[in-house]
Ligand binder design. Structure first.
Ligand SMILES: Nc1ncnc2c1ncn2[C@@H]1O[C@H](COP(=O)(O)OP(=O)(O)OP(=O)(O)O)[C@@H](O)[C@H]1O
Ligand SMILES: [Mg+2]
Length: 313
């Protein structure tokens, strides 16, 4: 792939392996993770975007920066009650051999403490959406927990629910009950992760509400370093969470999500079968989606990611 194609695809830092002289440790749909040494990882969010489990042929400029800066923002807002893996997202803290990559990496990387991942997706839901709505329609319960009858799609739940899932190596994560989680990781750790997840969710949902956003649900990952349990991965980004615009929220349907709505709508209309190679997103869809991400950042944080340049006139 030529560097030009990399940038198109949303991989502005795809050549880093040669610089770091270490292979990428993990390549997700969006992020590339490198091992800096035995204790530290470098996580780089590219501008790649996926929909219906496919990475699309072209990326959304600056998307990786929005995702990284939102994670960093939330790590900062929550570290007084929940320790996390972030060491730094600042350019001067990049290792010396990455100095020439700093312009590509700026704002889209995190240096983090390497942890032993707990293989559970810690999902918290405040509203009835996605797979929880499907489960409720069929069984009247979510994650094995009976809920009041007659709830509607996207309705606020009486209390936020912890609905864990296993992290599947391949394919889709599978929802499990809390009892199953306890059997997998032990009672004490299961309870600790449930309580930590609920506390994080409540704190973030309340902050988001003040900014005109509903945090419908979100997913956390935790890891251990020695005996310590810390929050890892990304946190409270549009990729790991459902944010809705509070002003447009209505029960009984699917509120527009803040991020990929234009992409999903366009893909549906394009006639793509969701199996073959996905089509290229047209420029206007890329632009509109980029704006959505920047707006999401602005709403959550309360200031723009790229402040308008001051004019010297
Ligand atoms: N501090 C950490 N220590 C160890 N592993 C971590 C840490 N933070 C995140 N991880 C792991 O690194 C990996 C990052 O992968 P990434 O999220 O980019 O892709 P993925 O989860 O495989 O797929 P997807 O793109 O669908 O999310 C995940 O497996 C995550 O659990
Ligand atoms: Mg992931």
């Amino acid at each position: 792939m030529s560097p030009r194609e990399d940038v198109e695809r949303g991989d502005p830092v795809a050549l880093m392996e040669t610089v770091l002289d270490r292979k990428v440790m993990h390549r997700g749909k969006v992020r590339d993770t490198y091992e800096l040494d035995d204790e530290r990882l470098l996580m780089v969010a590219t501008d790649r975007i996926s929909a219906y489990d496919h990475v699309l042929p072209n990326g959304i400029p600056d998307r990786g920066k929005v995702l990284t800066q939102l994670s960093i923002y939330w790590f900062g807002q929550t570290h007084h009650f929940q320790e996390n893996h972030l060491i730094s997202g600042m350019v001067p803290d990049l290792p010396g051999n990455l100095v020439h990559q700093r312009d590509q990496l700026r704002a889209r990387f995190m240096i983090v403490r390497k942890a032993k991942r707990v293989n559970i997706e810690c999902v918290v839901r405040g509203y009835l959406a996605g797979s929880a709505w499907e489960e409720y329609k069929e069984t009247g319960a979510v994650a094995g927990e009976k809920l009041p009858a007659g709830l509607q799609q996207s309705e606020r739940l009486p209390v936020p629910l912890f609905t864990p899932a296993t992290k599947a190596l391949k394919g889709h994560d599978e929802n499990i009950t809390f009892a199953q989680m306890k059997r997998k990781v032990g009672k004490a750790l299961a309870e600790k992760l449930r309580d930590a997840s609920l506390e994080l969710y409540k704190y973030a949902a309340e902050m988001a509400e003040k900014r005109g956003l509903i945090l419908a649900d979100t997913k956390f990952e935790f890891g251990t370093i020695g005996k310590k349990v810390i929050l890892i991965d990304e946190a409270l980004t549009p990729d790991s969470s459902r944010y809705w615009d509070a002003a447009r929220y209505q029960v009984g349907g699917t509120p527009e999500s803040y991020d990929k709505q234009f992409v999903r709508d366009w893909l549906s209309k394009s006639g793509w079968d969701r199996n073959s190679q996905p089509p290229r997103l047209p420029d206007e869809i890329v632009d509109q989606t980029r704006q959505r991400y920047l707006t999401a950042y602005h709403m959550v944080v309360g200031k723009p990611l790229f402040p308008p340049k001051e004019r010297n006139e």
